[in-house]
Write a protein that binds this ligand. Structure first.
Ligand code: F3S
Length: 381
């Protein structure tokens, strides 16, 4: 383990958490993903907390990566981000870098070279990434907070409880899906229904879905993001025979969920996709939806710098249609008010769930096809 005051403070935090959750011991973790990176979310107090910890001189002892911050580090000026906000954001990133945490600035680290193996213990913080890592990749992580994830990075350990244990991973509820869930946006809407239905279950709920056949990674990403936003689900099952004797929820329609996520007017300031951050396959889908058209309303595609810089000709093609690949940040944690953004269209149930309350903007929610079409038409039909 690394030496220094920072690591000692980390171990104090982990021991306190271990006592609270009655963990018998610690597990060693293979990787860490740290949230609480956007200056918009953590503010002056959060920044001071990180800078103080960074000065203690300890470094991560396992691979550790950052969740999105509040600004695109390369394009902020051309996109109109305020310079003083970006300076504060850079200080957050520098403090985390001093702690040995890499500025990957993405909520899909599994698209950016950090993919845990099945059964591996990890300590990730971003809720959609936690859901994906547990449910799709088969890793084991609780939904860490910012400080507990940093503590895990500095020590390579986390308390053994919750989703690190077999007991904590037992399903709590069967979800019988009896309607079509075709697109990733549909999956996100289904996720919000499941998140709410599971919210009173023990351990935050571990739903077992039956009646669905996930058609793509994008679909599973959106499903988990919706569940984690509307509830505190960190693991779901979608294969095999459902266990007997559990409470059941039947889902017969997505209509109410979609309606409650899409409350805005037809006017649009920006069309936003890439929540969770887009993969290369997502970029290909968007390019084919744009065809030869050119957007009339800004289309922002949120992704990681790793995916953007690896997108080559595809990125150039998207940009030639007027789309902008925005890296290092996302529509939920960017300072939208400072950017004059009041009306957003999105295909992300998670973004649609958070944006009205967190950012005070109005939202139109629909499939990626619909959002891209709205960008091409300059309004939501
Ligand atoms: Fe990722 Fe931001 Fe959405 S962190 S999951 S793009 S809210």
């Amino acid at each position: 383990m690394s030496q220094g005051k920072g690591a000692a403070k980390a171990m104090e935090i982990l021991c306190a958490l271990g006592r609270i959750y009655e963990a018998p011991d610690m597990v060693e973790v293979g990787s860490v993903q740290v949230s609480g990176v956007s200056y918009k979310n953590i503010g002056e107090h959060g920044l001071a907390f990180l800078e103080e910890w960074a000065q203690m001189g300890s470094k991560a002892v396992v691979p550790a990566a950052m969740n999105p911050g509040g600004a695109d580090r390369r394009l902020w000026k051309s996109l109109g981000w305020p310079a003083d906000f970006v300076q504060k954001q850079e200080r957050v990133i520098r403090a985390l870098e001093a702690l040995g945490i890499k500025p990957s600035l993405t909520c899909t680290p599994y698209h950016a070279g950090m993919e845990p193996s099945r059964g591996e213990h990890i300590a990730w913080a971003e809720s959609s990434a936690v859901c994906y890592a547990n449910s799709v990749l088969g890793a084991r992580t609780n939904r860490e907070g910012g400080p507990s994830a940093i503590a895990a990075a500095l020590t390579g350990r986390t308390p053994r409880h919750g989703l690190h244990t077999d007991d904590g991973r037992r399903p709590t509820r069967v979800i019988r899906v009896e309607c079509d869930v075709l697109t990733p946006a549909d999956a996100g809407a289904l996720g919000t229904i499941i998140g709410k239905a599971s919210s009173k279950d023990e351990r935050g709920g571990v739903p077992f879905l039956t009646g669905v056949e996930p058609p793509s990674t994008a679909w599973l990403k959106a499903l988990g993001a919706g569940m984690a936003a509307a509830g505190s689900v960190g693991l779901f099952y979608f294969e095999g025979t459902p266990p007997e004797g559990l409470p059941e929820t039947r889902v017969t329609s997505l209509e109410d969920a979609v309606r409650s996520l899409s409350t805005g007017t037809g006017k649009l300031d920006v069309a936003a996709v890439g929540c969770p951050h887009a993969s290369l396959e997502d970029l290909e889908r968007i390019a084919s939806m744009l065809g030869q058209g050119r957007v009339k309303t800004p289309l922002w595609i949120f992704t990681s710098e790793a995916v953007r810089s690896g997108a080559g000709r595809l990125a150039a093609e998207l940009e030639s249609r007027g789309a902008v690949l925005v890296a290092d940040t996302c529509i939920v944690v960017a300072p939208l008010k400072d950017l004059g953004i009041r009306n957003v269209a999105t295909d992300s149930a998670k973004a649609a769930f958070y944006l009205p309350s967190h950012q005070g903007v109005s939202v139109r929610f629909g499939s990626m096809e619909r959002v891209v079409k709205a960008a091409l038409l300059g309004g939501w039909e």
